[in-house]
Design a protein around this ligand. Structure first.
Ligand code: C2O
Ligand code: CU
Length: 504
């Protein structure tokens, strides 16, 4: 992967020192129960407190503990539960060590790279929140400091998540373990009778490179001039921070809140026997109606909400796969249980936003460049770096169509902070003609979003060779926010731009 394919003359190819890596197929699978992060609930008016800190965590029974950086002492961090319409304050305290244990790349663009090495800022992904509490990348703070963020939660039920967003190093902080779920609930969703309580399970996916002594390895490139790597793919697929765990379930329906928290890996989830399940939601909550799926393809940053009915599988075991590779096992108890949960045929109303509502069309390229002299490959949005002046200034309450013109060879999961949007379509185009004259010539028919993408989204997979169109209403708050590729290495170098919502 990586857009620039030309070989650079200046490329220095010292072999980086790669430690010996673990072979997970040598481990005994399904010996650890799936870890369920503790649940944190806001109780009236009091701020929640979450400490960022280093700890050690065992990822598999037969491995020694792994050094990780966490929220609240576990990876993933605690699952924070909030109610729609109820304001919650969270005091995020940076209690991290003063030195990073992963390699800081002092050449990453725009990262203000010198000191301090360790900085952090929390972003709640998918939250509609004033900019002061959004976790703007430059609002980072150092160990010993904390920030009190206020979340109004004026939005529908959805599976949000929180993670680090500190300029230039969030890919390392997240890789080190700094992510967790934030579940927003509302009355409407409660009234549906979906599986809940012990039958509602978070599944947070993340891949990591583990060494033979079970420590995290973050790669550097062979180019000593440019240590940045354009993607990181792990040898170990973790579910809730565990390697090949199992989950005991009863023969009834379960709801799985799936999050892909990986730096760069897309997951293609399915069940071992190819049996179908239902997808009931995506990034920003419930779909209009359940969708029968045999697999779901999830980019970094995306969430899917799945219901699996184990009633016909009493006494059996079934593996959850990423492509052909098992990542966890489900063990279905025998005997009978009464299942009173339901999956209604209509979940909620998601009115399609008409294109005619848009007062602004933006043409935004996704680019990659290879600069051979002293810099790593660059990946940009709209041809600009992070620190260039803001060019996207939507008016509060207005509707816009963003055309994501992908000129690279990769699929990029593009995320906008603060807002939710709908996918209009994806359509193949002539990229040569675009580069020559900035004109769009489509070369094939438009493809509508799949049924599983047809709800409210906050990440869209912008496919190579395509113009992906999203329609966004900039409701919420005025101020400066970020939009970026959620492949964290791309984001760092530097596929991230500010946008500013301005008053009408
Ligand atoms: Cu998941 Cu800018 O965030
Ligand atoms: Cu990207």
């Amino acid at each position: 992967m990586g857009g620039g394919s030309a070989l650079c003359k200046h490329m220095v190819t010292d072999q980086p020192n790669v430690p010996r890596l673990l072979d997970p197929t040598q481990l005994k699978p399904f010996v650890d129960p799936l870890p369920l992060p503790p649940v944190l609930r806001a109780s009236d008016g009091k701020a929640l407190r979450v400490d960022m800190r280093e700890t050690e965590q065992r990822l598999h029974r037969d491995l020694s503990p792994t050094r990780v950086w966490t929220y609240g002492g576990c990876m993933p961090g605690p699952t924070i539960e909030v109610q729609s319409g109820k304001t919650v304050r969270i005091d995020w305290r940076n209690e991290l060590p003063r030195k990073h244990f992963l390699p800081i790349d002092h050449r990453i663009h725009g990262a203000e790279l010198d000191k301090p090495e360790v900085r952090a800022i929390v972003h709640v992904h998918g939250a509609s929140v004033p900019t002061a509490s959004d976790g703007y990348p430059e609002d980072w703070y150092v160990p010993g400091q904390s920030r009190l963020h206020t979340y109004p939660n004026k939005q529908d039920a959805a599976a949000l998540w929180y993670h680090d967003h500190a300029m230039g190093i969030n890919r390392l902080n997240i890789y080190a373990g700094m992510f967790g779920n934030l579940i927003l609930r509302d009355e409407h969703e409660r009234s549906l009778g979906l599986p809940q309580g012990e039958q509602e399970i978070p599944l947070t996916l993340s891949d990591r490179l583990l060494t033979t002594d079970a420590q995290l390895y973050y790669p550097v490139s062979g180019n000593s001039e440019a240590p940045w790597v354009s993607e990181v793919f792990g040898n170990a697929m973790l579910v809730n921070g565990a390697l090949l765990p199992y989950l005991d379930v009863q023969p009834r329906r379960y709801r799985f809140r799936v999050l892909n928290a990986s730096n760069a890996r897309f997951f293609n989830l399915k069940l071992r026997d190819g049996r179908s399940f239902q997808q009931i939601g995506s990034d920003q909550g419930l779909l209009p109606a359940p969708v029968t799926q045999h697999s779901v393809f999830i980019a970094p940053g995306e969430r899917v909400d799945l219901v699996i009915d184990f009633a016909a599988l009493a006494g059996q075991q079934i593996e959850l796969l990423n492509d052909a590779l098992p990542i966890m096992q489900l063990r279905i108890g025998s005997g009978r249980v009464r299942d009173t949960s339901e999956v209604p045929a209509v979940l909620r109303d998601v009115p399609r936003m008409p294109e005619s509502a848009a007062t602004q069309q933006r043409m935004l390229t996704l680019d990659s460049y290879q600069d051979c002299v002293a810099e790593p490959m660059l990946m940009l949005l709209a041809g600009k770096r992070w620190h260039e002046p803001v060019t996207e200034k939507p008016v509060l309450g207005s509707t816009e169509i963003w055309n994501l013109i992908n000129l690279t060879d990769d699929s990029h999961p593009i995320h906008l902070h603060m807002v939710r949007f709908q996918i209009l379509d994806r359509r193949p185009f002539d990229s040569g003609e675009w580069m020559e004259s900035q004109t769009v010539r489509y070369t094939g028919p438009a493809q509508l979003p799949s049924a599983g993408e047809a709800g409210w989204k906050d990440v869209v997979q912008a496919w190579p060779g395509m113009i992906t169109r999203i329609i966004v209403r900039f409701d919420g708050y005025v101020g400066r926010y970020a939009w970026h590729c959620h492949l964290l290495e791309h984001e760092a170098n530097e596929m991230m731009r500010p946008f500013e919502v301005v008053a009408a």
